[in-house]
Design a binder for this molecule. Structure first.
Ligand SMILES: [Fe+2]
Length: 408
């Protein structure tokens, strides 16, 4: 669980890159799992986002940095390990894996083989594609987020503002709409919200880029994960972008926290030039801002969740289409869920939640299915594996199955 070919992991996201598919048909279930080929080599090839590295990798990057400083040439470090299996989803006949810093990868849905990077018909201005996406069920569009953080000035290289690209694809992967923005301070975005008229993102005060940090990472003294902490000088704003050509961008000052994941949102037009947006998000660090970091707490939490747990905060913003106001609001609720499988019904909560569990005492993995309307009753089905799977991140439901009935 915690090493790759003898290299001890600092965090599971630096790890194996396992993809798993559970297929249900006729009351039977089939599991297929495979390592993502971009990540999994027979040796630990690339530095992990959370700091896992070998001495060879660090030495080579330190030498590259020293050479560029001495010659004032462009600094080129080795690429980071690409945790492309952070999310896997099926849209328009493609099964894609994705993570925010690199291109998505096409996966063969019949055997989970990695087919390679996919530039989506050259529609991405920056070669990146977030793990999280949203679907517009009315227009039947996939909406994606790509973000490159601010580039600090370095020897041989001028700095640059962050680049945000929001794309909308139809079910044939035709690009129906695209927006590109350079928004100072928007250096990280893992997830966003979609309404009929807006995109909503959070400008986190927990990510900052600098030449000093770049050099520390090159020398192996820090990792991007280590650098995720509270920066008092950085703003915490909701960024609301109109979902149309020539959009306005609105900024709403909010509390000091970090958001990886949003929940739900509703949009109501309250007057001819005002929209009310009500949404929620899991906010980390809101109750102990200096304690939140990405250390792998107790070997259980992806961030130090027992030290500084996240809370579901609810927000209400009024977007006046004529001016850019500033507001903040929020109070607490609890929140935790994994994969929601919607039942064919008009009731919003009809469906099931599928959760992957690791049982450390047995060193085995189980999947449990919960009725979304009565989670407190416990699992309505448990799928027990004879082995374990690496820690999971995200997953999505796909109506189609890709296994032979004889394998079920
Ligand atoms: Fe995520």
């Amino acid at each position: 669980m915690s090493e790759v070919f003898g290299t001890k992991l600092k965090h599971p996201i630096d790890g194996d890159g396992m993809i798993a598919a559970l297929s249900f048909s006729g009351g039977k279930v089939h599991l297929r799992n495979k390592h993502h080929e971009e990540q999994t080599q027979r040796y630990f090839k690339f530095r992990g986002q959370m700091g896992t590295a070998t001495n060879d990798i660090v030495s080579k990057d330190a030498l590259n940095l020293a050479t560029s400083l001495a010659t004032r040439s462009k600094t080129k470090l080795q690429p980071f390990r690409d945790p492309s299996n952070t999310n896997v989803f099926y849209w328009g006949g493609k099964l894609l894996s994705s993570y925010e810093t690199m291109l998505p990868h096409s996966i063969d849905p019949t055997n989970l083989n990695t087919l390679g990077p996919d530039d989506l018909n050259e529609t991405l201005k920056i070669p990146a594609f977030s793990a999280h996406f949203r679907v517009d069920p009315i227009l039947k569009r996939l909406v994606t987020l790509s973000l490159k953080p601010e580039t600090p000035s370095l020897p041989g290289k001028n700095g640059a503002l962050p680049i945000l690209q929001m794309n909308e694809y139809d079910e044939d992967w035709k690009l129906m709409q695209t927006q590109i923005h350079n928004i100072p301070g928007l250096n990280y975005s893992h997830d966003f919200l979609l309404t009929e008229h807006f995109y909503v993102l959070h400008m986190t005060p927990f990510v900052k880029t600098s030449a000093t940090l770049f050099i520390q990472i090159a020398l192996g003294l820090k990792s991007p994960g280590d650098a995720m902490k509270h920066y008092p000088e950085c703003p915490s704003n909701f960024v609301v972008i109109e979902r149309k050509q020539n959009p306005k961008v609105y900024f709403f000052k909010t509390g000091r926290f970090h958001i990886f994941h949003f929940g739900n949102i509703s949009e109501v037009k309250v007057s001819s030039d005002e929209y009310l947006l009500e949404f929620n998000a899991v906010c980390l660090g809101d109750n102990a801002i200096e304690k939140f970091n990405m250390s792998f707490d107790q070997g259980l939490w992806l961030a130090n969740g027992s030290e500084c747990p996240g809370h579901l905060l609810e927000f209400r913003l009024t977007v006046p289409l004529k001016v850019n106001p500033k507001k903040d609001n929020g109070d607490m609720k609890l929140f935790d869920c994994h994969q929601f499988l919607a039942e064919d019904s008009n009731n919003e909560d009809d469906g099931w939640i599928l959760v992957q569990l690791y049982l450390p005492e047995k060193r085995k993995t189980e999947f449990v299915i919960l009725d979304a309307k009565c989670i407190e009753k416990g699992p309505i089905c448990t799928i027990r594996l004879k082995h374990h799977l690496p820690f999971s991140f995200h997953g999505t439901w796909c109506e189609k199955t890709f296994v032979n009935q004889s394998n079920l």
